[in-house]
Write a protein that binds this ligand. Structure first.
Ligand code: MN
Ligand code: MN
Length: 303
């Protein structure tokens, strides 16, 4: 990559981060009791397009003991409840350069400490990150902040390195103390995302899947499946997408569901099941995207 390309990439990461931050700051106004999941997701995604960018993945709206990966179906009638603890996780991309941010809204007013735990863990993690610090050490800082407040970090969810068009680029930041030895380097871009839980501190897959990404291009029998595969690969590349986003690709719902089924059965798609805390605890999440600088980390998802 020459200098000019590198500068353009950094500008895209920086612009995507600013847009993500601005939209995330609207979340507390939109996430109110009685509002529909569908309207929340679609209005946040519209804000991303209106800002001249694209969603890097479907807006995740994960409530109470659901930790991640829920996004509403196209015909969802579900409404936010009076006392829900709502995690909204959104991604903005410009030419594949992603700003990944998450905030939690506590409509119950009863989980202030829990939210404070993931927020404080995020801040402490970001102030720890600099070149030559290991990801395992950052995990220890996250764990300490959350455990000292009486909660559990979710140990099988992690932060992650980001490179253009790849949201989870191989290196993880654990949310617990770990011997993981990767050391941050100047220029690295990472999402840092502590989760605090009143439950078990572990998540497991549920049977529900609304989010997928393209992972292979096998031989397909149905013409609809081949059309859908082309649509997905040219529109989303290998970034995650929602079934909801495909609702206007064909005129017929049956065609879409047959095509999706073949894509799934053939291994073309990677599914991201909805994740639930195994102890049915309430979960809080805070996330920012950062760039590692000479002697510190700078938040990209900030105004
Ligand atoms: Mn995220
Ligand atoms: Mn993330």
């Amino acid at each position: 990559m020459d200098d000019e390309e590198k500068q353009r990439m950094l500008k895209n990461f920086s612009d995507a981060g600013k847009i993500a931050s601005k939209i995330a700051s609207e979340v507390p106004k939109i996430v109110v009791p009685g509002e529909s999941y569908f309207d929340i997701a679609e209005s946040l995604e519209k804000m991303i397009f209106d800002a001249g960018a694209k969603p890097a993945f479907p807006v995740n709206i994960s409530v109470n003991d659901i930790a991640a990966h829920f996004t509403p179906e196209a015909d969802s009638q579900a409404l936010i409840g009076e006392k829900d603890v709502v995690k909204v996780d959104l991604g903005v991309q410009i030419d594949g350069c992603i700003g990944d941010i998450a905030v939690t809204v506590d409509l119950s007013g009863e989980h202030g400490k829990l939210l404070e735990a993931s927020q404080a863990a995020l801040e402490a993690a970001i102030s720890t990150i600099k070149p030559n610090v290991s990801v395992g050490k950052v995990g220890a800082v996250i764990e300490r902040e959350i455990v000292s407040r009486g909660f559990k970090p979710i140990q099988n969810l992690t932060g992650h390195k980001i490179v253009p068009y790849i949201l989870h680029a191989g290196v993880e930041i654990p949310n617990i103390s770990s011997s993981a030895s990767y050391e941050f380097k100047e220029g690295d871009i990472f999402a840092v995302e502590p989760f605090s839980s009143t439950g078990s501190g572990r998540v497991a897959d549920t049977s529900q899947v609304e989010i997928f990404s393209l992972q292979a291009a096998p031989k397909l029998r149905l013409r609809y499946s081949r059309e859908l595969l082309n649509h997905i690969s040219s529109t989303y590349f290998s970034l995650p997408f929602a079934e909801r986003w495909l609702r206007n690709v064909f005129n017929s719902k049956m065609a879409l569901s047959a095509a999706l089924r073949e894509l799934l059965n053939s291994g073309a798609l990677h599914p991201y099941p909805v994740l639930r805390d195994t102890g049915k605890g309430i979960v809080s999440q805070h996330e920012h995207t950062i760039i590692v600088e000479h002697d510190s980390a700078r938040m990209l998802t900030s105004p």
